[in-house]
Design a protein around this ligand. Structure first.
Ligand SMILES: NC(=O)c1ccc[n+]([C@@H]2O[C@H](COP(=O)([O-])OP(=O)(O)OC[C@H]3O[C@@H](n4cnc5c(N)ncnc54)[C@H](OP(=O)(O)O)[C@@H]3O)[C@@H](O)[C@H]2O)c1
Length: 311
């Protein structure tokens, strides 16, 4: 198939493009930068330069590639201050709203048969009620922390636009928290360094449940969705949702660091806002049963435990 990847040069894009090429697909990879065209060539893709926030450029790029499938992996996540979550996600939120709409319009104009978009399965997207592990049937959070309202609204927009596109097979992959090459959870990268330097404290009871996914496993699931996904959402997470109180000390040990500092909720709120406290104490994890069953996919790193060591 001819596959158009928006976000081809990012953490997930760099893992995804070579796997699609290896599976025999013709990949057109989008970037804003002329300078990243060489990288895209090396990954095996036809480079396409366009700004995702410019509807004319997107329409022209997609119109020229005439893909069978569009994959939307556009984000712009720089350092995030949890107290200003929406501010720091502002550009990502635009990519998830306007960017999604431009890609969908361009895809409809050429009649793409599948549209696969990046959703969110980690980082507190699911409603914080009921059990610790959520399926795709469970609702997204209707009452997110104050600092995350715009971000959740953008995720909801993306989901509704993609799943509601009746002219194509609209698929949302709700990825867990990425770790591994090119992510912020990798040797020398930001989050691993915070944990190593004891600057990632355990807040309250550390009861927030996180679902992780090795970025290579996320890419494998995406290839499966491109080839045989059906309309709907899929959690793309590992087999081992775990509370912060479990994974954070284990990661610290893996990195040869001292145990994480423990702070009460009110201190956590001062330094990381309500969003930070929610993330550490209240978020829910996700189940990958549907992705395994329907995509025939299995993560090569079934648990973050071994996955972190491998990374
Ligand atoms: N589920 C998760 O845990 C999750 C999800 C997403 C990201 N992250 C993390 O966030 C960190 C940084 O990710 P990131 O999103 O900042 O960067 P990234 O991984 O470099 O990916 C961003 C991608 O979106 C493209 N892009 C952004 N704005 C664009 C625009 N206006 N027009 C066209 N393309 C555009 C970029 O292309 P060009 O720069 O080439 O133009 C790039 O391919 C990584 O550590 C990653 O692991 C985690």
């Amino acid at each position: 198939m001819r596959v158009f990847v928006a976000g081809a040069t990012g953490a997930i894009g760099k893992q995804l493009v070579p796997r699609l090429v290896e599976a025999g697909h013709e990949v057109h990879g989008m970037t804003r930068s002329q300078s990243k065209q060489v990288m895209l060539h090396e990954l095996g893709a036809v480079p396409v330069v366009a700004d995702a926030l410019d509807p004319d450029q997107v329409a022209e790029a997609v119109g020229r590639a005439r893909p069978d499938v569009i994959v939307h992996q556009l984000t712009a996540i720089e350092a995030v201050d949890m107290r200003h979550f929406d501010r720091d996600f502002a550009l990502t939120n635009r990519l998830r709203t306007e960017g999604t709409d431009h890609l969908l319009s361009a895809g409809q104009a050429v009649g793409v048969r599948r549209f696969v978009a990046q959703g969110v399965g980690g980082y507190g997207a699911y409603a914080r009620t009921g059990g610790p592990v959520k399926t795709e049937e469970d609702p997204l959070d209707p009452t997110p922390a104050r600092e995350m309202r715009e971000t959740l609204a953008a995720i909801r927009h993306l989901e509704e636009a993609v799943l509601g596109a009746r002219w194509t097979e609209g698929i949302v992959l709700r990825y867990g928290v990425f770790y591994g090459p090119g992510t912020s959870l990798a040797p020398g990268a930001e989050q691993f360094e915070l944990v190593r330097r004891r600057k990632f404290p355990l807040v309250g009871d550390g009861g927030g449940v996180w679902s992780f996914i090795h970025v290579a496993d996320a890419a494998e699931a995406t290839v499966a969705a491109v080839e045989r996904g059906s309309r709907g959402a899929y959690n793309v997470v590992d087999d081992d949702p775990a509370p912060v109180a479990k994974w954070l000390p284990a990661l610290a040990q893996e990195l040869g660091a001292k145990k994480p500092v423990r702070v009460p909720r009110f201190i956590g709120r001062l330094f990381a806002g309500e969003a930070g406290v929610v993330m550490m104490t209240d978020v829910r994890g996700a189940s990958n049963a549907k992705a395994k069953r329907e995509l025939g996919w299995r993560p090569a790193h079934p648990s973050w435990r071994e996955g972190f060591s491998a990374a």
